[in-house]
Design a protein around this ligand. Sequence first.
Ligand SMILES: Nc1nc2c(ncn2[C@@H]2O[C@H](COP(=O)(O)OP(=O)(O)O)[C@@H](O)[C@H]2O)c(=O)[nH]1
Ligand SMILES: [Mg+2]
Length: 295
Amino acid sequence: MFSFVKNQLQKIYQQFTSKINALFAKDTLDDQTLKELELILMGADTGVKTTRALIESLKKQYAAGTITKGPQLHEALKKELLAILEKTPTPKETGVYLLVGINGSGKTTTAAKLAHQAKNEGKKVLLVAADTFRAAATEQLVTWANRIGVDIVTGKEGQDPASVVFAGVKQFKDLNYDTLIIDTAGRLQTKVNLMRELEKIKRIVITHLTNHAITTLLTIDAMLGQNSFEQAKLFNESTQLNGIVLTKMDGTGKGGIVFAICQELGVPVTYVSYGEQLEHLKKFNATEYVTELLS
Ligand SMILES: Nc1nc2c(ncn2[C@@H]2O[C@H](COP(=O)(O)OP(=O)(O)O)[C@@H](O)[C@H]2O)c(=O)[nH]1
Ligand SMILES: [Mg+2]
C-alpha cells in the first residue's frame, strides 16, 4: 500500500533514507555511527525520549557484539521501530467516528475523506457538522457532503455543538445509517471550554448509541513536528483517543514523528493523509511504513 503512496511521501522517505543509507552501508561500526544515527533520528522528529530509547537499545546490541556491520544495524533498527508501532495496535473500526484536533490540523478534510471511503464501500453515511464556532466550517463540510453525495446534519452558527450531535445521532438511528462521522471545532474561547465541549459530545454519542463503540481520532499536522505534541497530549488527557490521523504527510513533515507519537502518547497512528483530494487518505500500515522508510 505504501509503495502506492510513495510519490506523495517521497520527501519524508528521502530525508530519512538518504542520510541513513550511508550508515547501513558501513563495513564496521563504531560509537560515532550510533551518534550519527541519533542525530538523524532527532532531526527526523523522532523526539528526544523515543530516540534515546532506540539508541540505548542499539548500543546494548552493539556492545554485546550482535551488531557489527551496517546491514545488521539496518535490521536491528527496523525491528526496534516496528516494535514501537506494534505496541499500539490499530483499533477496531466501529463505524462511528469523532474527529478532534486543533484548528487547521485537517479534521474537516479527513471527515470528508472518511465519508468518501465509507460511501465507496457501499455504506450509508451521515456527516455531522458540529463545528458551529464558525459558519464557514459548516459550509466547508456541506460542500464536501454534496460532492461526495452523502447526507449531513448541520446547526446554526453559535449553536451548542452537542445539540447538533444529538440531532445527528437521532437521524443515524431513525434512518438506519451505517457510518456516522462527526466533525468538531478546534478552537474555542479557552482550551478548557473546548475539552468540556468534546466530553459533552462524546457523552451524547455514548448515551444514545449504545450499540456502537465510538472511534475518536485526533488529527495531527505532521509539518508541526514536535510542536503538535503538547496539543496531542492535552487532547489525549481529556478525550480518550483511539487513533491518530497524521495529516499533511505530503509536506515537509518528517517521518520520525510516527514513532514519537506511538511511543510517547501510546496512541496508534491509524490513518495517513497526504494531500487535499478525497483520495489522499490511507490506513496506516506499520510494516510497510518502516520498510519503505529504511529501504
Ligand atoms: N497538503 C495537505 N493539505 C491538507 C491535508 N489535510 C488538510 N489539508 C488542508 O489544510 C487546511 C486545513 O484543513 P481542515 O480540514 O479545514 O482543518 P480543520 O480546521 O482541522 O478542520 C485545508 O486547506 C486543507 O485543504 C493534507 O493531508 N495535505
Ligand atoms: Mg474544520
